[in-house]
Design a protein around this ligand. Sequence first.
Ligand SMILES: Cc1cc2nc3c(=O)[nH]c(=O)nc-3n(C[C@H](O)[C@H](O)[C@H](O)COP(=O)(O)O)c2cc1C
Ligand code: SF4
Length: 396
Amino acid sequence: MTVRTPMTLASIEADAGLKAALALDAPGVVAEVKDSGLKGRGGAGFPTGLKWELAAAAPSSDGKRYVICNADEGEPGTFKDRLILSEWPDLLFEGMTIAGYAIGAQEGIVYLRHEYAYMIEALEGRLERRRKAGLLGDGILGKKDVSFDIHIHLGSGAYVCGEETALIESLEGKRGEPRNRPPFPVVSGLFGKPTTVNNVETFAWIAAILGKGAKWFSAIGTERSKGPKLLSISGDVERPGVYEFPFGVTIAELLKATGGEKAKAVIVGGASGHCLPPSDFSRAIAFEDVATGGAVIVIGPNRDLLDVVENIMEFFVDESCGQCIPCRIGNVKILEGIKALKKGECSSEQLLDLTGLGDTMQVSSKCGLGQSSPNVFLSMVRNFGHEILDRAPASA
Ligand SMILES: Cc1cc2nc3c(=O)[nH]c(=O)nc-3n(C[C@H](O)[C@H](O)[C@H](O)COP(=O)(O)O)c2cc1C
Ligand code: SF4
């Protein structure tokens, strides 16, 4: 895998974060994470410290709580967690151990993307080494009252299992279908117990934050998006790969670094992201501007945008779990509309109906999959009217 720009995670001192965490009490660790301003790196950007505070405070009849690492990494165009899993898995395990201490959990589970099965042996080896070094198991770092262990669960190969409640259902041995929320996993997660689900990158930054301090982390980035961010940059660029930038980097800066200056569009956020035109390339990657879990797909000048969005909608038709109608039917209808547009058989009135359907899916689908699957299509129609509308005659 190509790795570009210096990676902060490569320079983090091993287990300094865990040692620093265990020198604090559990609420002290949560406070440090809150002070850092860290927001989840899986896409939604929920504040990690607050999530942990809620999981620690939620009642549990037998005291059980769980820490889950979401390593499902199924978003098309995202491959930055694979870098952490293959290069710095100890940072991830260290971050999970810190989370266990902070919320009072003794068990951690890595839900590993099915296609990453080839990594299991190496990851198991690292876990065993950590047990032998007293970094996992009972009495971590000689502290009698601190116990935590981690096991790896191979994912089921469905994109929807990256959605945290579907992931939990899958871990419980059921079909990976999203749950109704509330209750949220922090209150009732795995087997009904308080559970924090965090992204691989989130846990890696936790180890760095505890090791180097909340102030170090919060000095990087923007007012509302703190710290560095790993981005998987692919598509029509000369130098695809995983890059690290501080939040606030502009899309134009990403294109320059990757050799993608000729782009006619950039999809930020992967298949469920937004398709932005050159007039938006001065915008920043940040939760308050253009948010992303890490996927940046660059579209070169010679590509047909309808080919791109057709490919994306085929993905969603395959991956919809079918539980709710807006997503189950809506994705199929948008895909049919795109195919008709390509043949010049979709009128502008029908196109208007399709965008209305997309708007409805965003507000009425049960989970994030259906809420975000029309995003690329809708943003293309909005931002590339000339290219899309020209293909839709006034009446078919
Ligand atoms: C369809 C769908 C797929 C998702 N896939 C992933 C994934 O592969 N990895 C991930 O960390 N989060 C994924 N998420 C987001 C998770 O539901 C959840 O917000 C995240 O794991 C929380 O971690 P964080 O707070 O550290 O970001 C997905 C969400 C949806 C709706
Ligand atoms: S939005 Fe789609 S993936 Fe989510 S529950 Fe409904 S059918 Fe399933």
